[in-house]
Design a protein around this ligand. Structure first.
Ligand code: ARG
Length: 459
């Protein structure tokens, strides 16, 4: 049968294959509301400029309203043959209002239309992420406020380093998410420009008013170069970059939650709402939500990589490659949305295990630096010597299987006779953390100041 050289191997004819590779309605239907919004603004401008009649405008506008409702109610007949959301809606409009539908596309192309829709969609999500990040920051702030003086081990290399406060640890993440929010806000400025009216690539001879459509759609201004307007996707790359960075922060916090809920740590507990059991091991309570949040950065950064490679090397202006821009962004933003929501839920849900945190804070000679600092400050010992003396004290404590603050004064004096009992003032984890009052330090007094600052900021 096959009329083509390769026909024998394929059951589908070239026409069907063309449709199979070309069709995108199955995912770009997510742009339906933005497409209608853009078309309504364009039609209103065409009428105001006398390019179409008032009657045609009314028919178009009413028809688009009906279509919007059909889509909301799940009654819109999406057709693969019509390729994308733009042609599906235009065709439906023609079924509804006849010939006037054909006038909507005057002075416009699908190239500026899709760029406009996509920017509107990304813009909505930047607003959503702003609100979600604010909620997450508020949840972290709540935990920080309740735990300004909850002592826990601070780590470097995941080895006990110096005691810190749980509130301080929460505020560290709050700072990261605040920067993520600022990044999205800055990105918003470059997303929020209107490509509409750039037409296919060169502009249009019709007397259109691009300021008017930009205004109607809430854009700050029309884009100044028609070639750039239809070809630029850096707004999406930038949003994906910010999303990737934000997802790395979520991933780090999620990783800590996975570690902290383990039987070996037991630093925090999560409720049934964010854990699951095992189908074989009855004792298990797995932190699945945290693990999934930890993983989301993979898809999100994957999307950034995908779109970067799609855009790389594309000549101006529009090429069909750019139809591949939407799926990765949809997938990445869905992942970030659910990840932010789950993390906010877990942070609000978690209970720090204070006795266990305090015990862990004192383990592994975590106040050794404080001991060395005491020798420097009280005995005027050079820090290098103090480091050496402290090392010998640690070795002795290790041998006796004691924490530093459990050693006797005579034990301490057997290493350095000038030590007095004043040293016990600095050997407990709480004393250690409380002494770190430098700006941004972990002392409860400093953490309380930062909590107050963030409360004022978040309102
Ligand atoms: N579905 C297309 C896309 O998403 C719309 C633009 C089509 N433009 C064209 N010249 N074929 O990119």
């Amino acid at each position: 049968k096959g009329q083509t050289m390769w026909g024998g191997r394929f059951s589908a004819q070239p026409g069907a294959l063309m449709q199979a590779i070309n069709v995108c309605i199955q995912y770009d239907k997510r742009l339906a509301n933005q497409d209608i919004q853009g078309s309504k603004a364009h039609a209103a401008m065409l009428a105001a400029q006398g390019i179409i009649t008032e009657d045609d405008y009314k028919a178009i506008d009413a028809g688009l309203d009906e279509i919007k409702i059909e889509i909301q109610e799940g009654k819109f007949p999406f057709k693969d043959e019509l390729e994308d959301i733009h042609l599906n809606i235009e065709n439906r409009l023609k079924e509804k209002i006849g010939e006037a539908a054909g006038r909507l596309h005057t002075g416009r192309s699908r190239n500026d239309q899709v760029a406009t829709d996509f920017r509107l969609w990304v813009r909505n999500h930047l607003n959503l992420f702003d609100a979600q990040l604010t909620d997450l920051m508020a949840a972290l702030l709540g935990q920080a406020e309740a735990n300004t003086d909850t002592i826990m081990p601070g780590f470097t290399h995941l080895q006990s380093a110096q005691p810190v406060t749980f509130g301080h640890h929460m505020l560290a993440y709050l700072e990261m998410f605040a920067r993520d929010r600022a990044r999205f806000k800055d990105c918003y400025k470059r997303v929020n420009e209107s490509p509409l009216g750039a037409a296919a690539l060169a502009g249009t001879p019709y007397p259109i008013d691009r300021e008017a459509t930009a205004n109607a759609l809430g854009f700050a201004r029309p884009m100044a170069n028609s070639l750039d307007a239809v070809s630029a996707r850096d707004f999406a790359l930038e949003a994906l970059s910010a999303a990737t960075i934000c997802a790395t922060h979520l991933s780090r916090l999620a990783e800590e939650m996975v570690i902290w809920t383990s039987a070996q740590f037991q630093f925090i507990a999560l409720s049934d709402a964010f854990t699951t059991g095992s189908s074989i091991m009855p004792q298990k309570r797995n932190p699945d939500a945290a693990e999934l949040v930890r993983a989301k950065v993979g898809r999100i950064m994957g999307a950034l990589t995908t779109l970067t490679l799609v855009m790389k090397g594309l000549p101006l202006a529009y090429s069909k490659d750019m139809q591949e821009d939407k799926e990765p962004v949809f997938d990445a933003f869905d992942a970030l949305e659910v990840g932010l929501a789950a993390m906010t839920g877990m942070i609000s849900d978690m209970t720090p295990n204070k006795p266990r945190l305090a015990e862990a804070a004192g383990a592994a000679f975590s106040t050794a630096t404080d001991l060395a600092d005491w020798l420097v400050m009280s005995l005027n010992m050079p820090f290098r010597d103090a480091h050496h003396v402290t090392g010998r004290v640690v070795a002795m404590a290790e041998k006796q299987d004691k924490t530093l603050d459990a050693l006797s004064l005579s034990d301490l004096q057997s290493v350095e006779p000038r030590i007095t009992d004043d040293i016990f003032r600095v050997l407990s984890p709480l004393a250690s953390a409380s002494s770190r009052t430098s700006y941004g330090g972990t002392a409860p007094s400093e953490v309380a100041k930062q909590v107050a600052r963030w409360k004022a900021e978040l309102g």
